[in-house]
Design a binder for this molecule. Sequence first.
Ligand SMILES: [Zn+2]
Ligand SMILES: [Zn+2]
Length: 204
Amino acid sequence: MSAESGTTCKVDRVAKKRGLTELDDELRKRWADGDSLRDLERYCNESILRSAMHAAGMNTLDGEAANLYRLFTDDDVGPSKRIDAKFRLQRNGLDPETLAGDFVSYQTVRTHLNDCLDVTTARDSTLSVDSARTTVLKLVSRTESVTNQTITRLAGQGSLTIPSPSVTLSLRVACSECGDEYTFTGLLERGGCSCQNDADGVDP
Ligand SMILES: [Zn+2]
Ligand SMILES: [Zn+2]
């Protein structure tokens, strides 16, 4: 928050500093097209990076900015590749720390959309099927792994004998209306119970 900039919004300050004149229009358009706040966060930060690279005379064609941004932020990228990416910027006179300091979070993007662009992001609170699946499957896999560790401990202290345990948790959902039963992922895929198939909102 800098008093002299006349605004407390980081997106506005960074956009001005990096000369991103189209950013607001793009954010509006992309949000209307169904991009998520995470998508917009990546879009903002890739734009920031691209503009800095361009100003430093680096090649920004062929998705170079997107690629470097991924090397910076993706958890799957190993430390040596990340260091290589930083060296590339430094060789071109860019300071990776300053750049990273200009990156915005999706929360900041949300505030910018809400307060500066007057775009409501309420749909952000709806739960997507994909994220629901991920949440529950993570829980299942955690339960399996804790059970495995517990069995190993019991076996280790001699309270249990099993040569090669393999734990599988199968999560099932039944409909008490008709008695049909589904795997959790199967139910998400078909989008509802078979007894609701031809209902379509019309009473017989
Ligand atoms: Zn703003
Ligand atoms: Zn049913």
